[in-house]
Design a protein around this ligand. Structure first.
Ligand SMILES: CC(C)(COP(=O)(O)OP(=O)(O)OC[C@H]1O[C@@H](n2cnc3c(N)ncnc32)[C@H](O)[C@@H]1OP(=O)(O)O)[C@@H](O)C(=O)NCCC(=O)NCCS
Length: 325
């Protein structure tokens, strides 16, 4: 016995930044961004904090699941950078929604949501929990270099949440790490020690885009194939793929490699860009609220990111979620 997804939620900032607006900040243009990435706009935090967004997504998911904060046995927040170094973002969410259970964070960059699902699976298998809240949220606008056109056009803020309850709908899950701090990295950037002898690096995202691209196309196809086989299914059994929303070309290439019809891949990268660990649950929530997911549907999810990490899983849609919030 593991889990079923009982409800989903999302939260994105209000402010919509278009490609044209970005063109006024760095030497780029709408046509380049659209054709290379599929991104048309992204949401960027102005008034909202990461806490505002995580709490909003958590409340939506709880309402969609019909679960009270007091019923939660565990909260896992996947994020690269919570509001504070400590306490964890999970602890902040726990306080804000009025829950009393244990809470912690996991950082696996863009793969964080699948890592959190895998951790939750362990708690369900050990019968330690009945209800778990996972919130996946990143606020990359705080840590990208707004003068670097090769990276700042790719990312946006936002994410999603799910509530899990006891069930048999996790059919397979797999996480991988290939230690590599060269192709994708965000240094801390601040060190208060007067004794530390190393030079401080700017706390902005550094990325070798082409390397990540090659890694991602291979990771998506390999990861999804593996979990489909582990679940005892074939590619034909998959009703929906919810992929990490990094770049439409990565999604198209993965669909081709897998031989799964492109129409089965849910995409919202055009509206949000890459929201890191928030990306898969944000897409799952939008697919849920669009009424695309039917009870019993087989859903493959896959993400990849810094680490280098990947996470893939196959779930059966429980159809328990209530009407959209
Ligand atoms: C970043 C990415 C879109 C770049 O696409 P690409 O087709 O590989 O483009 P290149 O890096 O080869 O750059 C091609 C040219 O466009 C230029 N360019 C880069 N960013 C640009 C921008 N925003 N606007 C206009 N031109 C740009 C480059 O300087 C280069 O110019 P040059 O040929 O004169 O040197 C692509 O590599 C990618 O999506 N990688 C994966 C990134 C990712 O998903 N990261 C997150 C993982 S979780």
């Amino acid at each position: 016995m593991s889990f079923s997804i009982l409800g989903t939620g999302k939260a994105v900032p209000e402010y919509v930044m278009t490609n044209d607006e970005l063109s006024g900040m760095v030497e780029t243009n709408d046509e380049w961004i659209r054709t290379r990435t599929g991104i048309q706009e992204r949401r960027i935090c102005k008034g909202e904090t990461l806490t505002d967004l995580t709490v909003r997504a958590a409340k939506e998911a709880l309402q969609n699941a019909g679960v009270e904060p007091s019923q939660l046995d565990l909260i896992i927040c996947s994020t690269m950078r919570g509001e504070n170094v400590t306490p964890s973002q999970g602890a902040v969410i726990q306080k804000e929604i009025g829950a009393t259970c244990a809470a912690f964070d996991v950082n696996a960059a863009c793969s964080g949501f699948i890592y959190a699902l895998d951790i939750a699976d362990g708690y369900f298998v050990r019968k330690r929990v009945r209800y778990v809240l996972i919130v996946s949220m990143d606020n990359l606008s705080n840590i990208i270099d707004w003068k670097d056109r090769s990276t700042c056009v790719l990312f946006g803020d936002g994410g999603g949440a799910v509530v899990l309850g006891e069930g048999d709908d996790l059919l397979s899950i797999d996480i991988t790490t290939e230690g590599n701090d060269q192709v994708l990295r965000i240094p801390h950037g601040s060190n208060s020690s007067p004794f530390y002898e190393h030079e401080e690096e700017r706390a902005v995202l550094h990325m070798a885009g082409n390397e990540v691209y090659k890694f991602a196309v291979n990771a998506m196809a390999t990861g999804i194939k593996k979990v489909i086989a582990q679940a005892g299914l074939t590619e034909d059994d998959v009703d929906h793929v919810i992929p990490h929303q990094a770049n439409i070309r990565i999604i198209n290439a993965s669909a081709k490699n897998l031989g799964i019809p492109r129409e089965k891949f849910f995409c919202n990268v055009n509206h949000y860009g890459n929201t890191s660990s928030g990306s898969v649950p944000l897409a799952l929530d939008e697919a849920n609220h669009a009424g695309l997911l039917k009870k019993g549907d087989i859903i493959a999810m896959c993400a990849f990111g810094a680490g280098l990490t990947t996470g893939s899983c196959v779930i059966r849609w429980s159809g328990n979620a209530k009407d959209p919030v």
